[in-house]
Write a protein that binds this ligand. Structure first.
Ligand SMILES: *Cc1c(COP(=O)(O)O)cnc(C)c1O
Length: 383
């Protein structure tokens, strides 16, 4: 690798402006058409986007909603759980996953994660199951699948629905040992995703969706997301107001057509990082689970020897942003701490919070910028 100079423009973590400029005519035309059509709530683009995403994912039902957090909440609401019912999820995830459990008066039951996949540790999930366990929420963190093979077997054996948090892994697929392949988010009872701008399929505001193969659940989810009504002004269940707005749907229809290219770009960038970084002592590159594709919502290193924060500072001094997803596990957050989970209870998640470092990763990343980042990483370890 020939040394390169610092890029002249600032290096972003994600580059939504450049992504937009590449598809500006398509997005602008779609937006203008939606604005002119005047159906801003539940307009035709919302239905069309849901149908197109269903085709893309090869799933029977896509239910758009207002954001990824609402998708998770709606999934739990659709199961009709009682206060105190338990929902198992990872302590190492974005807060939304546990937030909705707590908001609904359910009991979040946290478990530790696998040190290489960052996803639910199956032994611990099994041990955490009680008679009150009513759902398991695996998170496909950073863009790669949790151990769906084992989770699906466990869920079937115990009769507990899986709600996949697919907010970081839209477009990834998973192959079971019987050779059957499906998109992540479509294997459990329900899948949830987010169209937050920086997600792999992002809109220009908030958005989310649920996926399911079950027609009855799909019906309930649609009703729940629209004030519990199927027929206007007749409210069969307590619902909420959670809709994907028409302008966002119009943007998402355009961007869905580019999703496979965006994913391929992320995967190419990930391989480029791998090649530049893998020889470095003291850093682990992201592990690949052969059962899952990895769509690299994040490219996350593990930095060993307590050097993560120093490396982050070294990068920052060279004009390179990096992020820690996540600095604290849920059981160390004031809102979710409990006597059940004292510090030290989930050693893997706690260690990861001190080790993980995500590098700039997006669909417009160039080899020049990556070479500069790799070079700067090397200069930290061998100054
Ligand atoms: C982004 C994200 C969410 C929440 O999505 P919003 O659209 O921001 O509400 C939930 N879970 C995970 C893992 C996420 O990354």
């Amino acid at each position: 690798m020939t040394p390169v100079n610092k890029p002249t423009s600032p290096i972003p973590m994600v580059d939504l402006a450049t992504q937009y400029s590449a598809i500006q005519p398509e997005v602008d035309a779609a937006l203008l058409a939606a604005v002119r059509a005047g159906a801003y709530i539940q307009g035709p683009d919302v239905k069309a986007f849901a149908a197109e995403l269903a085709t893309y994912l090869d799933v029977e039902h896509v239910i758009p909603c207002a954001n990824g957090t609402d998708a998770l909440q709606l999934a739990l609401m659709a199961l009709g759980l009682k206060p105190g019912d338990e929902v198992i999820t990872a302590t190492f995830t974005y807060v939304a996953t546990a937030e909705v459990i707590a908001l609904l008066g359910l009991q979040p039951v946290l478990v530790d994660v696998h040190p290489d996949t960052f996803a639910l540790d199956l032994d611990q999930v099994e041990k955490a199951i009680t008679a009150k366990t009513k759902a398991i929420v695996p998170v496909h963190l950073y863009g790669q699948g949790a151990d769906m093979e084992s989770l699906l077997a466990l869920a079937a054996q115990r009769g507990i629905p899986l709600i996949e948090d697919c907010a970081q892994a839209l477009g990834a697929s998973y192959t079971l040992s019987n050779g059957q392949t499906a998109r992540l988010g479509t294997m459990g009872a329900m899948g949830c995703t987010s169209f937050f701008p920086s997600k792999n399929l992002g809109c220009m505001g908030d958005g989310g969706a649920l996926f399911t193969r079950d027609a009855a659940l799909a019906d309930r989810l649609r009703m729940m997301a629209n004030h519990g009504q199927k027929v206007k002004y007749r409210h069969d269940v307590v619902g909420c107001n959670s809709r994907l707005d028409t302008l966002q749907a119009a943007i998402l229809r355009v961007k869905l057509r580019h999703l496979d290219q965006y994913t391929a770009n992320r995967q190419t960038a990930a391989r480029y990082y791998d090649e530049g970084i893998q020889g470095l002592q003291g850093i682990s590159i992201p592990m690949r689970d052969p059962a899952s594709t990895h769509v690299f919502h994040q490219y996350t290193l593990k930095v060993h020897g307590g050097k993560r924060d120093a490396l982050k500072a070294h990068l920052e001094a060279a004009g390179i942003p990096s992020m820690v997803y996540y600095p604290l596990p849920l059981h160390a957050q004031p809102a979710y701490s409990s006597a059940r989970y004292p510090l030290g209870h989930f050693p893997v998640a706690e260690a990861l919070c001190d080790q993980v470092l995500s590098l700039p990763m997006h669909s417009e990343l160039t080899p020049e910028v990556q070479t500069y980042i790799i070079q700067t990483l090397h200069s930290f370890f061998t100054p």
